[in-house]
Write a protein that binds this ligand. Sequence first.
Ligand code: ADP
Ligand code: MG
Length: 622
Amino acid sequence: MTDIIQLLPDHVANQIAAGEVVQRPASVIKELVENAIDAGSGNIQVVIKDAGKTLIQVVDDGKGMSLTDARMCFERHATSKIKAAEDLFSLQTKGFRGEALASIAAIAHVELKTKTEADEVGTQIKVEGSKVAGQDVCVCPKGTSVSVKNLFYNIPARRNFLKSDAVETRHIIDEFQRVALAHPQIAFSLFHNGSELFQLPGTNYRQRITNIFGGKTNEKLVPVNEETEIVEISGFVGKPEFAKKSRGEQFFFVNNRFIKSPYLNHAVVAAFEGLLKDKSYPSYFLFLNVDPKSIDINIHPTKTEIKFDDEHALYAILRSAIKHSLGQFNVAPILDFDRDANLDTPYDYKNKSAEVPQVEVDRNFNPFQEENARIHKTSSNSYSSNFKKERRESWESLYAGLQTEEIPKQDTNFREIEFESEEVTGNLFQPSEDTEEKSTFQLHKKYIVSTLKSGILVIDQHRAHTRILYEEMLKNITVSAAVSQQLLFPLKLQFNTHEVEIIKQLKDSLEQTGFVFSEVKTDSVEIVGIPTLISESEVEILLEQLIADFENDVPDNGFSQTDLLAKSLAKGMAVKSGTLLNNTEQQHIVNRLFACKEPGLSPSNRSVFVTLTVDELDKKFM
Ligand code: ADP
Ligand code: MG
């Protein structure tokens, strides 16, 4: 038998390696920017076109490369950063594998211009699919400029795998923010299709965070500082009252490298114990410095996980450092360091339940009387078929209790009863055979119970209202725009660039639902009109929730985007469990629910109501 094993040609090996290093345009940016940082640059400019699919260019003012190095840098395992295996344990640079440029050049058209301080002229080299396509001298300033065009031109499968421009841009912004946060002393800028997304001057950590996440961030930051033998911690945590609905602003850096660590994240959250609202996430920007020997640096180039020698100690130090800072800055309630240590064990705190105070709401009191009168005018005519005039006043108070706390699920003993549900369709209610009130009542401020000819109907009030608003919202976005209420004073909300990008993407649809934006800047938006169904005080929470929903579930096409938007807004605007509803409000929900296309399911596909027929009741009494 003949020998069959061969060494792969370099360009094939490079392409394979590229699959590991370059997953999407954002990975190219990460590699190029890290090279620029390693080259000692003071100013780094990133320019992208079409989310990096057409062009990615990184220009730095670092030390540049000699002519020979400029040729060498595209070879695999060509690096100036380590010489021997021992160097891995004292690594001060971001790169060390010598793989990035070789990989990128294997799957794109790359043009490099570079000049060192000492050289009179620079070198220009073009590499396409690992082959040098041209080399020349050029006139250029000291530093390096790498432009990468037509990424994945020779790997169509990869190209097709790329997501929409909006999604790829988000990945790029994420990557950009991470390196920019880790190196505040370096000036960074990012341009996309000719418009400036970031312009960050060289500064300190605090200012860099503020420049990235918007003007008001500064007041929200609490400094954290701790020096121990195994770790030096510096950075900031966000004050608890500014905790977000999404995990957006959570950053750990270890030796200036962005990392993800669920374990350390837990330590931070544990330090915030008792200070956060339910389902909100603290922001943090924490920089850990450890001895390079104590971490496994040989991590995968694109992975952000890291292995520490002494994770448990790190956990404890981090948590107590943050607790200390929160206490010192008077944001923590009285800290009791002598209490039962068991209460502090990290994995237990979630299971503790809290007593929710019961608040009785005066259902006739309505602080938003004026506004709701308007809600009424605009939205009632479309569904008021069997809605009597004299009931209107009380319907308005549906919105009075909107902010009431949700009552805990276990609070209902109704659950113990088993229902057998039965197909129920829209004609359950013979449309107004009599205009007299059908009797309904509210159970546990959570369910609306109504009688049917054949039994009883139990409706989840929140899900029902969500379904109603969801269908209305979809109609507004796709068919006819909703009316909006004008605000007396424009409402200015601060967001970070990334959040503003999401709002921009949704702006048209949001305007169809009644929002009117007067200004969208890079770190804030100004709103002059809002949907009639919400009050001004709810806008910020609603938009925050919306952004969080879009961060968690990135829709790929216009249809699912509209759908997610309608779902998110409906969920936020719907009357909550725990809200007292008067009779008219209850019936109004019932009537509107059964005018819906799909009354039986909430937008997230959960049952809206159950029925209990007389037959079933009879069986229970046998
Ligand atoms: P690594 O960063 O792991 O060494 P790369 O493939 O990213 O590998 O880069 C190869 C080499 O090219 C680097 O070691 C460095 O010497 C040189 N190089 C790359 N980018 C730059 C730059 N922007 N400025 C100066 N030298 C650079
Ligand atoms: Mg590199």
